[in-house]
Design a protein around this ligand. Structure first.
Ligand SMILES: Nc1nc2c(ncn2[C@@H]2O[C@H](COP(=O)(O)OP(=O)(O)OP(=O)(O)O)[C@@H](O)[C@H]2O)c(=O)[nH]1
Ligand SMILES: [Mg+2]
Length: 571
């Protein structure tokens, strides 16, 4: 029997036959005699790459050689095996098809006498699967004359896959990712969380090819996600030309490795994605130092896993942050590096606080817009600043000296700054990095906390923002709560929100709604001014009149003397 099985390796069938009739017959005969499934892994040219023997009901496929042509190609191997009782393709067969990205999987279904009766063939479905299965099962065909020209069939299958990849927007320089969430949240919450992950990914410059939510109570410890869903992901990656998987949940190092191994895709989690965004955004030296420290601290516990988890983690998105040369440095050197960076950071912080106390002596008031990501901060900034320049059609360049031509009393200006959005569940290391990015907030005189009140989760968002502000020691700063997007908030919801909180409602896309906010700001800013430096109200009005071709903020501020010096005796 052994000899006869070995002889199979020397067999060959024509490339156009999925399995030649005589090979099918011999497989069935061997199966009948051994009482086990017998299978062949056939290459595209019809040669036998592997002979496999299973038990009566199934067959185990060991690790296959790495795929030819990379992860977006089919493996170039088809698996043909016997089904002793003539049973249809099993779930395991279909999983093998998907997980191994086989050209196809075929069952030679035997009759009661051990003959090769017919052939059932399944292949990966090349188009967008949506809710349908990731595979397609062809109509059963007789073994004696299988009506399938295999080489032509596989060619058109690969062309179809290529087409479905090309149907997606071109994004050559970018990473293309599938976003995955495994959660026990209810449907709406899970969708909201996923939407946030999509926005995070996009702001990191990643093209989101697809999203996938699996709602389950208990997660699979090995892959986090269930095996069936993982199969779907593999097929979607193949269909979409994806190279990156991003999980909404934190992954432990061995999960990263297990998922990477089985999908052959790079795998990162939300925390690493956020770190990466910070790495992109950090401008100041302090920011860069803190982001690198956070990245290294994130990496450190993940070094325990042998193999190249390190390079994978580092390989997150592009190759940013601490460069590739550091891929090889070991745990010891990372710790040394963290210590070194922390010393540098201390020095920079000292210098900064000296610089700041100097700056504080001659500075214009700063209004800093903070808020949850996507609350509309940038929109508010644009609307406010656009209004300021009016007919001049020039954006309010925050620090542009020519804006003085607007003739504020005593050449005063107000600086409005936008900030990176806040997000929920920020780990401590990230918050440190965050605090560097938000360093300027310490210089702000007033915080405008912008809330998207149309979001059903707006109160959770407010809470997240307040938590961050507190941890940054900013919770005592004068602030104005702004409920944005009132245009798309149902009136009763808005009314209830306004009863509950002391807030100003606006719609940042509609300039005409900003007046109440501007009035509030006006009053707040006034409190910054030392009484002895304030100009008499009548004088102010006169100075203001007729000179300003400007929007409401400008008028409001213009109607108030904002003095460059000494106005910071704050409440
Ligand atoms: N309907 C409506 N949409 C708004 C309003 N304000 C902002 N948006 C939209 O909300 C989205 C997010 O606005 P952004 O200004 O980018 O939000 P952000 O807070 O700066 O977001 P991050 O910079 O990502 O933190 C954009 O699509 C805006 O057009 C509003 O008052 N009404
Ligand atoms: Mg913004």
């Amino acid at each position: 029997m052994r000899k006869r099985l070995e002889n199979l390796t020397r067999r060959r069938c024509a490339p156009e036959d999925i399995v030649s009739p005589d090979l099918a017959r011999d497989l069935a005969r061997l199966s009948q005699e051994s009482g086990r499934q017998v299978g062949l892994m056939l290459a595209r040219d019809g040669s036998v790459e592997m002979v496999l023997v299973g038990d009566p009901r199934s067959i185990y496929i060991p690790d296959l050689p790495k795929s030819r042509g990379g992860r977006w190609r089919l493996r170039g191997l088809r698996f043909v095996h016997t089904h002793l009782k003539g049973e249809p393709l099993s779930q395991d067969d279909l999983m093998d098809l998907v997980f191994l990205r086989l050209d196809c999987v075929a069952a030679v279904r035997m009759d009661a006498h051990g003959g090769a009766r017919d052939l059932e063939v399944a292949h990966i479905f090349p188009g967008n699967t949506g809710d349908r299965p990731a595979w397609e099962i062809l109509p059963v065909m007789p073994c004696a004359e299988p009506q399938l020209h295999f080489s032509r069939f596989i060619q058109s299958l690969e062309e179809e896959l290529e087409r479905s990849r090309r149907a997606l927007p071109a994004a050559s320089a970018k990473d293309r990712a599938i976003l995955v969430s495994v959660t026990d949240l209810d449907r709406d919450e899970a969708a909201a969380s996923m939407q946030e992950l999509v926005e995070l990914a996009q702001s990191a410059g990643i093209t989101v090819a697809d999203t996938l939510i699996q709602r389950q109570r208990q997660s699979n410890p090995r892959y986090l996600i269930g095996k069936g869903k993982l199969g779907e992901i593999i097929v979607r990656a193949l269909q979409c030309g994806v190279d990156l998987l991003i999980f909404d949940q934190d992954l432990n190092p061995s999960q990263v490795r297990a998922i990477t191994d089985i999908t052959e895709l790079r795998v990162i989690d939300r925390t690493q994605l956020i770190l990466d965004i910070f790495a992109q955004r950090a401008q100041s030296r302090e920011g860069k130092l803190q982001v690198e420290i956070a990245q290294l601290k994130y990496l450190l516990p993940r070094l325990g896993v042998k193999d190249d988890a390190l390079s994978r983690l580092r390989g997150g998105i592009g190759m940013r942050g601490p460069g590739e040369t550091k891929l090889e440095i070991n745990r010891r050197r990372i710790k040394d590096r963290i210590a070194h960076l922390e010393r540098q950071l201390d020095q920079v912080k000292k210098n900064r606080s000296q610089r700041r106390s100097k700056r504080l002596r001659n500075q214009v008031p700063i209004l800093s817009i903070v808020g949850y990501t996507n609350a509309g901060k940038s929109t508010l900034l644009n609307t406010l600043t656009h209004s300021r320049v009016g007919a001049e059609d020039r954006l309010f360049a925050t620090l542009d000296p020519t804006s003085r031509r607007l003739r504020f009393p005593r050449d005063m200006e107000v600086i409005v700054t936008d900030t990176v959005g806040f997000i929920r569940d920020l780990p401590q290391d990230l918050l440190d990095a965050f605090s560097a990015t938000l360093e300027e907030l310490h210089d702000a005189d007033i915080l405008l906390h912008v809330v998207d009140v149309s979001n059903p989760h707006y109160e959770e968002h407010m809470e997240s923002v307040e938590k961050v502000l507190k941890r940054l020691n900013l919770d005592r700063k004068p602030s104005v709560l702004v409920f944005n997007k009132m245009d798309r908030t149902p009136a009763p919801v808005l009314a209830r929100a306004l009863r509950r909180y002391d807030a100003v409602a606006i719609s940042a896309i509609d300039r005409s709604t900003l007046e109440p906010l501007v009035e509030v700001l006006e009053r707040k800013v006034e409190r910054f001014i030392l009484p002895q430096e304030a100009v008499a109200p009548e004088e102010r009005v006169q100075e203001d009149s007729g000179e300003l071709e400007a929007g409401p903020l400008c008028q409001a501020l213009g109607a108030n003397p904002l003095h460059g010096t000494g106005h910071r005796s704050l409440p």
